[in-house]
Design a protein around this ligand. Structure first.
Ligand SMILES: [Ca+2]
Ligand SMILES: [Ca+2]
Ligand SMILES: [Ca+2]
Length: 274
């Protein structure tokens, strides 16, 4: 049975997780959990012959002479775990050999779990990731002009997206969530400069917003949480720098703010210019 995945599909797991390793060439395995993808094994000598190529599901490269391959081994891999698929385009002087898909076995179990396709300009086009290594893609990402535009995530393992994220200028601007997994969104989140501004909730299942949880309340909650985090970090910092400050006379003027410095209240130990 062939699973066809249409490229316009997108959804996803943590964009960051996916992007992080793909952006750096996908060569960084993420030893996340001990989970082994069905069909895979952590014993590299026993890796299966079929690595469940995600690029093949997108391009059907196995059955085409149009493509050629490069297989490389990332850190920790005794056998190749990164595959790049190339195609030659253009005529004469315009002839170019370009990578059209790259896929990685990030947890080194012999099964590919992340792939990204590229357009003729070499820009990222589409990405799919099995973020929890259960053998099912759960993250779909689309790029426009090489920039992150949309991400969809399947969080309940039914292979259907239930979180839809839209990005502008690389920053999240809207998120829809299907919290009861009936395939229809029931929460709408609006972000401004990456911060949640308001949230609409459909309580009756008719895909209409019944209630807007507004700015102020949300912002207060967010800020309270952030403040808590900052306080905890400051306390930890203060505790660890306490000894230094006491021992180091140069730290006596640590609190002197730089001209124009906004936050003069936080005394930072002066560090030697490196
Ligand atoms: Ca894998
Ligand atoms: Ca998965
Ligand atoms: Ca789902």
């Amino acid at each position: 049975m062939k699973l066809s995945r249409s490229l316009p599909m997108f959804a996803g797991l943590s964009v960051l997780a996916a992007l992080t390793f793909l952006a750096c060439g996908g060569d960084k395995p993420q030893p996340k959990t001990a989970t082994v993808t069905p069909g895979g094994t952590k014993d590299q000598s026993l890796w299966p012959a079929d690595d469940k190529s995600l690029c093949n599901q997108a391009l059907n490269w196995r059955n085409s002479v149009e493509f050629d391959l490069q297989e490389t081994s990332g850190p920790g891999a005794l056998k190749p775990n990164v595959r790049r698929i190339y195609r030659t385009i253009g005529e004469g002087d315009q002839r170019k050999h370009i990578v059209v898909c790259r896929e990685v076995d990030t947890n080194l179990d012999g099964i590919k779990d992340a792939m990204r396709t590229f357009n003729d300009k070499g820009e990222a086009k589409h990405e799919e990731v099995d973020s929890d290594y259960d053998g099912q893609v759960d993250t779909w990402i689309n790029f426009v002009d090489g920039r992150l535009a949309e991400e969809q995530n399947d969080t309940n393992h039914d292979r259907k997206p239930d979180v839809w994220k839209v990005y502008q200028e690389g920053t999240v601007s809207r998120i829809k969530r299907d919290r009861n997994f009936d395939g229809k969104p029931d929460v709408w989140e609006i972000y401004v400069k990456g911060r949640l501004e308001r949230m609409g909730v459909d309580e009756t299942g008719d895909e209409r917003i019944d209630r807007w949880d507004r700015d102020d309340l949300l912002r207060q909650q967010q800020e309270a949480e952030e403040q808590k985090k900052r306080d905890a970090e400051d306390a930890a910092k203060a505790a660890s720098s306490q000894t230094k400050v006491e021992d180091d006379p140069a730290a006596a003027d640590a609190g002197a703010p730089k001209a124009g410095a906004k936050d003069a209240t936080k005394a930072k130990p002066k560090t030697a210019t490196k």
